[in-house]
Write a protein that binds this ligand. Sequence first.
Ligand code: ADP
Ligand code: MG
Length: 565
Amino acid sequence: MKTASDLERMLNAIDRKSYPAYKDLRGQYDFGEYIFSIDHVQGDPFASPSRVSLRVLMEKAKFPQEYLAEKHKRVTLQDHLTRLFGEAVRKGSFQAKGSGKSGLLAVSKCGQEVLERTACCITDKEIIMRFEIGFPANGRSVNARELNKILFKIVPECTKKTLYYASIDQKALRTAIELCEDQEYVRKNLSDMGLCVFIADGSVLPRQSGVSQKPLEGAVPFQAPESLKVTMNLPCRGPVTGMGIRRGITLLVGGGYHGKSTVLQAIQDGVYNHISGDGRELVITDRSAVKLRAEDGRSISSVDISPFINHLPNGKDTTRFTTEDASGSTSQAAGLMEAMESGSRLILMDEDTSATNFMIRDRLMQQVVSSGEEPITPFIERVNSLHKDLGISTILVAGSCGSYFHVADTIIQMKEYVPMDVTGVAKSAAAEYMEFETPRSKFPIYLVDRVPLRDRKLLQEERIKIKNFGMDQIAIAKNNIELRGLEQLKDEEQTRALGYIVKELLVRVFDGRCTLAQAVERMDNQIEEQGLESLFARGDVTASLALPRKQEMLAAISRYRGLQF
Ligand code: ADP
Ligand code: MG
């Protein structure tokens, strides 16, 4: 293998040559303390920065073996080191100067969640850190001196400070690892305790603002009502009390602005682990939970929505319902059936973002428009059988609709940000108000065998371009997929990963035999076994990705407008 001094020599030799001469530097170099690799070189100073990586052997980095033993700890260690290394290189960014992106240094920016990323991969053998460098230019020519400063001064310093156990704050790392052990413990034990959510007392749920996910200062800390209090015996922190939401149907009610949606938001984000100091560290939700909302205009391909929608006026089949432009109610029905297809055991909905006619039909409306004329069986008539027959729980924010009192198992009122168990009061009030009878019918039989076909048109493309536009949209060879409705996507890198995943499904995994759910399962297993890196066609990693859940994978592919069955 070439060495650092070879690299220095090669770099000197191309000084002041035209910018593409940088391409000659591609390859791996032994720096003694680590192997440095130039994986992709940008075409010009204004293009996306060059992609590089470095490998530190574990026998030198010396992180404790126990931190690598289990997956969740390893992911936490990866996250922790990405943050440390990221902070260090940000300080070193643009210290080398030049035109365009010259001197930029960047690593994946981690938010409040702990996610698996391509940025850092740790095995028993080594730590791989992947990042970007804007190779410095003078106008349009190579500036060897400035790149020399980055490669031989800034990067080695950042590495030394952050990727060796001996040089980092070991206590902070231990805190992070212990937290993830506690989080893992709660998530594992929820189901056995008959729960789908745990919110520890003292949690801080509201966020600073719509654009900041940091905790709101001076917020009212969460305090569980006595009747819903449970104690979790955490392996590291010891006993912690909090509110346990039992499986079944739970309503969150209360006056406007009393904090209902904030609780639901924390619950939907609780499918991920949060970092220490976030306020939601011990808000833990069933990992398969899906937040549903109405999503007018989305595409639906061959979904059986007949448990909710039948006898459409245009005679359209609702057992294999297909549309390029869904209504609020059909989109929500399809979203629910797809969530079930993805193996979700918990559905989350907020009345404010739901289609009213999907949720409810009141007495008066039933009298005027007979059920024979109404294609929709509202969710309220199915929510009990969804739980009893299929084991799927629901948590619903209901600010205005009291009918759900009849079907709920637990009713929690938010009052000035404090939850109160009002199940008894609400149930007896409802009993006197027989506006609605609890339906007893079973959840109808529905089709579960969507078998997607490989996308032949896409296969004919010479090179399939994958793009993402922020967090909300991806494009596969110019076919846009709108993901704004997937509220549980938390990071742009997850969206980018979904682009790669959707492409893989369309051109490789779909084979006309396996079902959509099986295909997604295969994809999920592949990533579990071979890492996110396995999404790249060639061995070299060329993008920063973060892992989305299976639920988002299925939701994303379901919104692809060219999906064929
Ligand atoms: P609702 O859905 O009941 O109308 P929201 O959940 O939207 O209410 O909350 C209303 C406002 O109150 C938001 O601006 C939110 O940030 C703030 N808020 C929510 N929970 C708390 C809390 N525990 N302490 C302080 N402010 C809070
Ligand atoms: Mg609200």
